[in-house]
Design a binder for this molecule. Sequence first.
Ligand code: ZN
Length: 153
Amino acid sequence: MLIGKDSVVSIQYTLSNDSGEVIDQSQEGEPLVYLHGAAGIIPGLEKELAGKVAGDDFSVTIAPEEAYGDHHPEMIQEVPRASFPADVDIQAGMQFNAESPQGAQTVVVKQVTADTVTVDGNHPLAGLTLNFKGKIDDVRQATAEELDHGHAH
Ligand code: ZN
């Protein structure tokens, strides 16, 4: 069947940045499974896969606006060390959930000093052009339960 709304799709993929560096890839025998039309994957990739069938290959370059959006410098903020739990050893690379006016948001610690912590609320892939290459493993109709939940099981 053709990939379209309410299809459950399994893909093998390799994701690389514009320098050809591999950022992410599906593991052998563990394809990415998603419900088409439910915003489960980035819009640019979903568009590219629509209308394809199991066995098809794909190769697509996706601009940030169709991927994880632009990188917003204002989402990098310095906050007082005191707003983090005193008993946690805060280090660069750690992730925290923060409340923002836009709702819950994951932030990554960039830098720590004695008094301040610099956190970045951008998605790690924000601002990047993404290159996806791969193959479609399987396409099937979503079950009623999957449609109800809005994701693939
Ligand atoms: Zn579910």
